[in-house]
Write a protein that binds this ligand. Structure first.
Ligand code: WTA
Length: 678
């Protein structure tokens, strides 16, 4: 392409340079037992049948009062689902299973220390503990329907017990990821106006017992400075009856739940029938800029969507043992550790610690010991496990029927390792694309119906109708293979209702961009902007390229950072790759490539050149990295996402900003030093 042409080509017209992959098909054995094998589901959930198709999801729940209006658009774009219905999430996740499954394990809690016993909580036991804690919330803490309460809890069985106790009374829970700081917790307390904080004294992480109670004291002090007073702190204990934190309790403010419980043994709290549209919880998105957004999720629509997608996409049956390795502090944990699996009566695993503690075989020992058959994790964890223990899965006797990947695009090389080694070639994989805001999956293959394609999220879910726009607001032809902004044309029950307390920001961030008439009450006029770039291939499958900002435009060629990273991973020596844009006078941007090598492999200029050549071979010279930086580790968030923003600042010689919230802040200086020397 000549220089002139490349300048004139509009971004969205540019094809993405990523090789098409072969399909993988589910086994006959998987299909024979799958929850959804009826191909007409796509037809039943077509736009012609929208919104009534979603009755199928609503009917997976038990309602106190059945709804009269499936979708009310009168307050566009704040959609209301299942209006007139009354439902309780705690009842649907606990009480309704007692008839058939009271003796079945609802939650397996696996402590990080291997010499501690796994706790198996039956549905009956869950029922008892949820009721007793609900009584404390109501009678001791004085909380009622519509109140917000902030939870700052690590991975423990008490976290879903707390969530379900809140849901029983219609109290809106706002769980803050346990690894977040007291500051982050304070911001969320203030924004949600919580006057009660529920926390835990301590928990294990990488073999260390961390003092978590100290964060509560920091959070309360900062929240008070910002005008929000918390009058009660309920503290769960890592070891019941024992205080494991050196941080003292504050009199008349801090209470150990285990002490309070003595007065509530045997208490029963009737589930409150909650209007479908009342909020179930808030989940703050960890935005890189601006104040975190409190995504408000509904009770009826959210629970119906989490339940339906858990049943049909995760293929959860009541007899399955299901393990999602995400943290409940993220949306994945809410929808797909707690609400979806428990609503279906499954056994769900909560693992306290890191998957590689004390060694690379830990995850697979847990899978073997609990006979897990459905496994769910993120590419970052898959890459880490591949990096430190590529041969570990084969040493353990477990068999997955189904595996999920979620959270970021997965490179085909990593996908293939996941399939062959972790899944032992037997498990199907679903690559599920969605967001905190969407409550549940948007794109994924249907496990028994549509074949898998490595690196591709697959088609949209039944009932989800995406559309890809170019920068000018024109719709790209379906299957064009061109990159653009992916939006969802229609509402769906799992979608968040608004940003807590900030409807204007909700509308402007997610709906204004492609809306043509702000007064319209027709959902067709309000495409939902996901903020991701994507390409739709001829077969209708979507490949998610990452956030719109993550797309690097080199000489008018739109290159997904993921494409380049994926190409680098073709080199056997590479464990992790991260690409960031570097400003360039003529080309606009150039990719800078950061690489973490597999253990035992030495960095050398030859190797850097080999990686650079591989990228050029895989994608073309256009993608040639400006530099290939072989680093000891990537800067990462506590949830394990690579902080490309930090790397981009380093590459562009800019201030890296506040890096104290990273899991490994020290690596930042190390990389800066290294680059100075070059
Ligand atoms: C990205 C996590 C590619 C995407 C559930 C999205 C993905 C953001 C995938 C939301 C996937 C999530 N393939 N990219 N399967 N899943 N993403 O809110 O950029 O933590 O917008 O929700 O993660 O992240 P969030």
């Amino acid at each position: 392409m000549s220089e002139k042409e490349s300048v004139e080509t509009s971004e969205a017209q540019i094809a993405v340079h990523w090789q098409e992959e072969e399909y993988y098909y589910p086994s006959a054995k998987f299909i024979a037992q799958a929850n959804m094998t009826d191909e007409t589901i796509y037809e039943r959930f077509s736009l012609d049948n929208f919104p009534n198709c979603y009755k199928e999801y609503a009917d997976l729940l038990e309602w106190y009062e059945y709804w009269h209006t499936i979708l009310d658009t009168s307050d566009a774009p704040c959609w209301k689902w299942f209006v007139g219905g009354k439902v309780n999430a705690s009842y649907n996740c606990v009480d309704r299973h007692l008839k058939d499954y009271k003796n079945k394990t609802a939650i397996h809690f696996v402590p990080e220390l291997e010499n501690e016993k796994t706790e198996h909580i039956t549905y009956q036991e869950l029922y008892v503990r949820v009721n007793e804690f609900a009584a404390i919330l109501r009678d001791f803490a004085g909380l009622k329907k519509g109140d917000r309460v902030t939870l700052h809890m690590p991975m423990c069985a008490e976290l879903p017990i707390t969530m379900l106790a809140c849901a029983r009374l219609g109290i809106i829970h706002s769980e803050v990821f346990g690894g977040f700081s007291g500051r982050a917790c304070a911001d969320r307390i203030v924004d949600s106006q919580s006057r009660v904080l529920i926390t835990m004294d301590a928990y294990y992480r990488s073999g260390k017992l961390l003092d978590h109670k100290q964060n509560a004291d920091i959070a309360l002090k900062l929240a008070e400075e910002d005008g929000q007073v918390v009058d009660k702190v309920l503290v769960w204990q890592r070891y019941a009856g024992k205080d494991s934190s050196p941080t003292p309790m504050v009199e008349n403010r801090d209470y150990f739940v285990n002490d309070l419980l003595k007065d509530y043994y045997g208490a029963r709290v009737d589930p409150v029938p909650i209007p479908a549209e009342d909020p179930l919880f808030l989940m703050y998105t960890s935005g890189t800029t601006g104040k975190p957004k409190g995504c408000q999720h509904s009770t009826g629509g959210y629970l119906a969507y989490a339940t339906g997608t858990s049943k049909y996409i995760l293929d959860i049956h009541p007899e399955d043992v299901y393990w999602c390795m995400a943290d409940i502090g993220w949306i994945t944990g809410h929808s797909y550790i707690v609400y979806g699996p428990l609503s279906l009566g499954a056994s769900t695993i909560i693992y306290e610690g890191v998957p590689t503690y004390p060694d690379a075989g830990r995850a697979w020992r847990i899978a073997q010991d609990l006979d897990v058959n459905i496994f769910h994790t993120a590419p970052t964890a898959i890459r880490a496990l591949r990096k430190i223990g590529p041969d570990e899965p084969a040493k353990y006797d477990y068999h997955f029927k189904h595996m999920t990947t979620v959270g970021e695009p997965i490179e085909p090389e990593v996908w293939k390792w996941y399939h062959k080694e972790v899944g032992k070639g037997e498990a199907i994989i679903v690559d599920t694309w969605w967001q905190t805001e969407t409550g549940g999956f948007l794109c994924s293959t249907m496990p028994a119906l549509t074949p898998m394609k490595p690196g591709s999220a697959g088609p949209a879910l039944p009932g989800i109708h995406p559309v890809i726009y170019d920068e000018e607001g024109d719709v790209l032809e379906a299957g064009s293979g061109k990159a653009g902004n992916i939006c969802i044309q229609n509402p769906w029950p799992g979608a968040f209702q608004t940003i807590w307390g900030d409807r204007d920001r909700f509308v402007s961030t997610y709906y204004e961009r492609y809306n043509t008439d702000p007064n319209s009450k027709d959902w067709r006029d309000w495409p939902y902007l996901t903020g991701d770039a994507a390409v739709q291939a001829e077969d209708g499958y979507y490949r998610i390229l990452g956030r719109i900002d993550d797309v690097i435009n080199v000489s008018g060629h739109r290159l997904g950072t993921k494409e380049i990273e994926s190409a680098a991973l073709v080199c056997a020596e590479v464990a992790e790759a991260a690409v960031v844009p570097v400003n360039h006078d003529i080309k606009g941007k150039e990719p800078d490539l950061y690489i973490a090598l597999k253990p035992g492999i030495d960095a050398s200029d030859e190797l850097a050149k080999k990686i650079s050549d591989t990228v050029c071979d895989e994608i073309g010279k256009i993608a040639k990295p400006k530099g290939v930086w072989l680093v000891a580790d990537m800067p990462k968030t506590r949830s394990g996402k690579i902080m490309r923003r930090v790397l981009a600042s380093i590459s562009n010689d800019k201030d890296v900003g506040d890096v104290t919230t990273l899991a490994n802040p020290e690596i930042v200086t190390e990389i800066q030093e290294m680059m100075k020397k070059k």
